[in-house]
Design a protein around this ligand. Structure first.
Ligand SMILES: Cc1cc2nc3c(=O)[nH]c(=O)nc-3n(C[C@H](O)[C@H](O)[C@H](O)COP(=O)(O)OP(=O)(O)OC[C@H]3O[C@@H](n4cnc5c(N)ncnc54)[C@H](O)[C@@H]3O)c2cc1C
Length: 284
């Protein structure tokens, strides 16, 4: 196996253009190195992109733009980013321990396309779009269209993720990310749920976005559950209906950590807790 260190985006794209599926990007390495050591992947070349400073920037504007090399530690600790994206910051705080957060990147989390990727639900409720670049050009697409299946994305072998853009939390809206695990730390999500709810002046819900991870092959938004909340005051029957819609959209698996039926049973309760957090975050 060869190791190539790219100092610029052009250098990285040249290597990917030349080697295609024989090359694999290495950002923080917290997924890719483990997969390599376990024999799950065997790239001929690893392209280390950590030194490309342009890919580690954060820009807060009417849309936030994050470089793929922004680390979980930066997401968790940057005050301005935490105000604009509280659920994303909360999700980053739950990724592994501080060592993993210090080197693990948002781009790696998304491109690895694990069903349990913690940053995916908060990005989905912020209407995140990704920019993919190759020597052939650039394309921008919604994160909802990026994931195909477990560990599969629409990215071609010569492409890499160069930016993620997303909606900051608007006035009158609250946001939460809740992660259910067997322990409080160093735990992959049994279920992860991000919720963003906007409230009208009279306290009724005027917008709602809900996204899940660890309950299907890919992280996903659940529009049917979102619609159930609109126009309501989040009373029990509305949360029951939205919870039912979440269960209809979920297809979790049984694994060593939890049964599918347990995961299903948690959805209504997680939604209620997240909705309460959203309401408490807003002053009307
Ligand atoms: C101890 C431990 C605990 C963990 N806990 C969690 C957890 O709680 N929650 C969670 O979600 N994850 C967890 N992870 C997984 C991992 O830390 C995260 O997914 C992390 O964000 C990956 O980022 P990275 O920079 O290390 O990616 P890398 O390992 O460098 O790359 C991951 C994948 O993405 C590709 N890639 C990376 N950047 C790009 C790019 N810009 N363009 C195209 N492809 C790219 C790589 O080729 C590779 O396929 C854990 C890992 C460890 C080792």
């Amino acid at each position: 196996m060869q190791f190539r260190r790219a100092q610029t985006l052009d250098e990285a794209l040249d290597v990917l253009g030349e080697l295609g599926k024989d090359a694999r990007i290495l950002a923080g390495g917290t997924d890719v190195v483990i997969q390599y050591l376990h024999g799950e992947i065997a790239p001929e070349t690893l392209v280390h992109i950590e030194g490309i400073g342009d890919l580690a920037t954060v820009s807060l504007n009417h849309r936030t733009t994050l470089g793929p090399l922004v680390t979980h530690r930066a997401l968790a600790t940057d005050e301005a980013l935490g105000t604009a994206h509280p659920a994303l910051a909360a999700s980053a705080r739950t990724v592994g321990g501080w060592q993993t957060q210090a080197v693990g990147t948002i781009g790696g989390n998304i491109c690895n396309a694990s069903p349990a990727a913690d940053t995916a639900p908060p990005l989905l409720v912020a209407d995140a779009h990704v920019t993919l670049a190759s020597r052939r050009g650039k394309r921008r697409l919604a994160l909802t269209d990026f994931f195909i299946d477990r560990r599969q994305t629409v990215m071609d072998p010569d492409e890499m993720l160069t930016a993620i853009d997303l909606d900051p939390l608007p006035a009158g809206a609250g946001e939460a990310y809740l992660k259910l695990g067997r322990r409080g730390a160093m735990e992959v999500a049994l279920v992860g749920m991000a919720v963003r709810i906007g409230f009208a002046a009279d306290g009724t819900v005027d917008s709602a976005r809900i996204a899940l991870c660890s309950v299907a092959p890919t992280p996903r938004r659940v529009p049917e559950a979102e619609e159930a909340l609109i126009g309501s005051r989040l009373n029990a029957s509305v949360l029951d209906a939205a919870g039912e819609a979440l269960r209809a959209a979920a297809c979790p698996i049984d694994d060593a950590r939890a049964s599918a039926s347990y995961r299903m049973r948690t959805l209504r309760g997680l939604l209620e807790r997240a909705a309460i957090q959203c309401r408490e975050a807003v002053t009307l």
